[in-house]
Design a protein around this ligand. Structure first.
Ligand SMILES: Cc1cc2nc3c(=O)[nH]c(=O)nc-3n(C[C@H](O)[C@H](O)[C@H](O)COP(=O)(O)O)c2cc1C
Length: 217
């Protein structure tokens, strides 16, 4: 499989086979995370592997009320969705069956080691995440390379104070995402629903389209 094929077919997997993932395979996937960049190479990433059914059930039960709330927001129009409405059905199945997914990866970061350069701007800081999420994408692509499906989720992060003691997560470590992983029940998609390049790339100034982006390729 070419690199282009791989990134163009790496979707959010919401249906998984129950088959376990070998520890050596999990380790290979996580090893890819180490090679991502981080501010000052301070490498704030920490990952907790969760496979125990009781722990997964607890995480599902924490996720469900937030998910149901999110669904209610979509229904009443206060939450905007970029994707197709059909996605909701699979995302709901995913939420209801979370404990059946073989591996849940709690992606954490030591906040003292992220380097946010945009905290004084009077708006939401976004830069801190840049020392964490490239590693998550490395994991997601490494999983895809192994034939594994993944889903990057962040709803649990709102429950960080409750989740940290459950897993002995140290005081100075925060929850950045939960990545679900397992063998996909359905084939990887041929095509992902994404905004065309021409709508998101500009040339020197935001009022100038980047001409080469007009050809979607
Ligand atoms: C920051 C972030 C948070 C997300 N959180 C959730 C989540 O909590 N639950 C979920 O089902 N999907 C979550 N997703 C997955 C998105 O819904 C998914 O990436 C998007 O719909 C595109 O899906 P596709 O890659 O299958 O086309 C999240 C994705 C990102 C990048």
């Amino acid at each position: 499989m070419s690199f282009q094929e791989m990134i163009r077919s790496t979707n959010t997997c919401r249906y998984y086979k129950p088959d376990p993932v070998e520890p050596a395979v999990i380790a290979r996937v996580l090893d890819a995370a180490r090679f991502a960049p981080s501010g000052g190479n301070r490498q704030p990433l920490r990952i907790l592997v969760v496979r125990n059914k009781a722990n997964k059930l607890a995480l599902r039960d924490m996720y469900l009320p937030i998910w149901n709330n999110y669904m209610a927001g979509i229904r009443e129009g206060s939450v905007r969705l970029g994707g197709r409405p059909a996605m909701l059905e699979s995302a709901d199945h995913f939420a209801q069956h979370m404990e059946e997914i073989p591996v849940l990866l709690l992606v954490c970061a030591r906040l003292a080691d992220v380097h946010p350069t945009d905290t004084e701007l009077g708006r939401l800081s976004i830069v801190g995440g840049a020392s964490v999420y490239p590693a998550v994408q490395n994991m997601i692509l490494a999983a895809r390379h192994e034939g594994l499906g993944t889903a990057l989720t962040t709803l649990h992060c709102a429950l960080e104070p409750q989740i940290k003691p459950m897993f002995n997560i140290p005081e100075d470590v925060s929850l950045a995402a939960v990545v679900m992983m397992g063998w996909p029940e359905k084939p990887f998609p041929k095509r992902l629903s994404r905004r065309p390049l021409a709508e998101m790339v500009f040339d020197e100034s935001f009022d100038q389209p980047f001409a080469a982006a007009a050809d979607p390729g």
